[in-house]
Design a protein around this ligand. Structure first.
Ligand code: DI6
Ligand code: FE
Length: 400
């Protein structure tokens, strides 16, 4: 067997569903050809005469699938530290939003920014995530709130995926807020009749998302948006039950959403519906932390019903200015109670499911894209327990 590259002396956390826990293989080897994993297993099981153009001994270092940040709003203009100070002084997120701040202040800054600035600032942020082993990221629109502007955000996201060594999955989040210059019903109509058809026709969006919340859109309004998304062949995702129980989880399940995200206030019936639909729960401890939330997502119910659990940064300038998926992992374990095994799965295998990319990424198995994170660590727990230590040794994307 001839590989392009072969790593030996690896402690593999394969995340293979056929193995328990993180799918650990000690004294492992991993062989890659044409950007795909060809062999991932015990070095003893390497075929006789296996060799590679390039061989590296990792001296026992831990190798995981490249990390996947499956929920970000990383393309935006401006920043919101003044709003952060208002919250420190006692103001709450919803009242700031109702007064025209919050999401709408980022909409103003994003509309005013050039496409080049949006690209450059997002690229800088993405490089920080990549520095911690992230190889795939999801990027949402949602700060344009007007057809040209929403499509422009998606074009920037696509360009980032072309120019950086990183997988980018894009999501149209036009249903994030009602823009100040438009009436609610007319805006919803423009999402359905203009933005979704154009995003689909131009291949700019891989999915459609919505914000189901008292300060944003109702389940009834988003049901119509989702019907249109399906009509154009786009899967859906949902910001569900973050600040109140708005029936978001059930709505997501009704449309077989790939994921429902946040879920702090989701009730048991919503969890059961998600399990039935195969909808992944994406938990976002950065927003929980920054908004000083108290209500934790229903982890016991999610486990009991066998719902897949992913974790993401939710990187955005308002509720989660978080550029560290490793920190999100620590917060997920400490604040929400995930085990180390759940935490690592949540940013690899389960995050791949949350993006509908489970056939391509998320585990170290033959046939998958050779996206790897190699760590100055030997135990998976070391990735979760530190705060602010970056143990990345090397990051490999598509075999390089
Ligand atoms: N939930 C979030 O966490 C972000 N959007 C959403 O629907 C917050 C966006 C912002 O405040 O700018
Ligand atoms: Fe979000």
């Amino acid at each position: 067997m001839q590989f392009d590259r072969l790593w030996r002396g690896a402690t593999l956390a394969t995340l293979s569903p056929r193995l328990p826990g993180v799918g650990l293989i000690e004294r492992g080897a991993l062989g890659v050809t044409d950007g795909r994993i060809v062999f991932a297993g015990s070095a003893n099981e390497l075929p006789a005469g296996a060799h590679a153009r390039e061989e590296v001994d990792l001296g026992g270092r831990l190798v995981t699938p490249g990390l996947i940040d499956c929920h970000t709003h990383i393309v935006f203009g401006g920043e919101r530290s003044a709003e952060f100070e208002m919250r420190l002084a006692g103001a709450d997120y919803q009242s700031i939003a109702r007064a025209g701040g919050g999401i709408l202040s980022t909409v103003r800054a994003t509309r005013a920014a050039t496409e080049q600035t949006l690209f450059t600032t997002a690229a800088q942020r993405l490089r920080v995530l990549m520095g911690e082993g992230v190889t795939t990221v999801e990027i949402k629109s949602g700060y344009g709130l007007e057809a040209q502007q929403e499509l422009r955000m998606l074009r920037v996201a696509r360009a980032l995926g072309r120019d950086l060594p990183l997988g980018v999955v894009t999501t149209l989040l036009a249903a994030h807020a009602v823009p100040p210059e438009m009436e609610r019903a007319a805006y919803l109509r423009s999402i359905r009749e203009d933005m979704i058809p154009r995003a689909a026709a131009e291949g700019l969006a891989d999915a459609v998302d919505g914000f189901c919340e008292g300060i944003a859109f109702s389940a009834a309004e988003l049901r119509e948006v989702f019907t249109t998304a399906h009509h154009h062949g786009l899967p859906v995702k949902l910001h569900a039950d973050q600040l109140s129980d708005g029936g978001g989880a059930s709505l997501a399940a009704e449309f077989r959403a790939v994921s429902a995200d946040h879920l702090e206030w989701t009730n048991e019936a919503g969890v059961a519906a998600m399990a039935q639909a195969g909808t992944v729960a994406v938990l976002l401890p950065g927003a929980f932390h920054c908004l000083r939330e108290r209500q934790r997502p229903p982890l016991q119910a999610l486990r009991r019903h066998g719902v897949r659990i992913a974790l993401a940064t939710d990187c955005n300038p308002g509720t989660s200015p978080l550029l560290s998926l490793l920190t999100a992992m620590n917060l997920g374990a400490i604040q929400f109670g995930l085990t180390v095994e759940e935490t690592l799965a949540a940013v690899t295998r389960e995050a791949a499911y949350a993006l509908g990319r489970q056939h391509d990424i998320g585990t170290l198995e033959p046939g998958k894209s050779a996206d790897l994170a190699i760590w100055n660590a030997t135990r998976a727990a070391e990735l979760v327990y530190w705060i602010g230590r970056n143990p990345l040794y090397a990051r490999i994307w598509r075999g390089h």
